[in-house]
Design a protein around this ligand. Structure first.
Ligand SMILES: [Ca+2]
Ligand SMILES: [Ca+2]
Length: 146
């Protein structure tokens, strides 16, 4: 069963010259069983903002971002972690470019993190993380001065 590891959100927010949007990149690695390599997977990635006193905000995520891919059609490598012999790893990155209004949810810094999950082609009855093939993975919380 596919496993997500090393989920990260970049901690450099940034606006680019002539582009007032904030750019975020969520990266992760996914380790697949050999039998899963030729299946088609849908990846789901959404950004959230951590709040102490209320439920964490969904950031511009009425529907999660992400793409559809077949692991064996992407660059992949052996999983060299102990206990993962035979599994293959694909490295993924999902980028967001969001307006200041979408990401500035409070005074002061924004504590933004990513949530990631994968569903195989035969498991798309729902788009939520519950019942997904990978389960829900969370990145670190980035501290963004927005
Ligand atoms: Ca917050
Ligand atoms: Ca703010």
């Amino acid at each position: 069963m596919v496993e997500i590891f090393n989920p990260r959100i970049d901690d450099v927010p940034g606006t680019l010259p002539h582009d007032s949007r904030y750019h975020f990149t969520v990266t992760y690695s996914a380790s697949f069983d050999p039998a899963e390599m030729s299946d088609t997977f849908r990846e789901f990635v959404r950004l959230r903002e951590e709040d102490i006193l209320s439920p964490d905000d969904e950031i511009a995520a009425s529907f999660p971002a992400g793409n559809t891919f077949r692991p064996n059609l992407l660059p992949n490598r052996a999983d060299t972690r102990p206990g993962h012999q035979g599994m293959r790893v694909v490295d993924r990155a999902v980028k967001f470019a969001l307006s200041p209004g979408a990401v500035n949810t409070e005074l002061g810094n924004e504590e933004i993190y990513g949530e990631i999950w994968l569903r195989s082609s035969g498991n798309l009855a729902s788009t939520g993380p519950e019942g997904s093939d990978s389960g829900l993975a969370r990145t670190n919380i980035g501290e963004f001065p927005i």
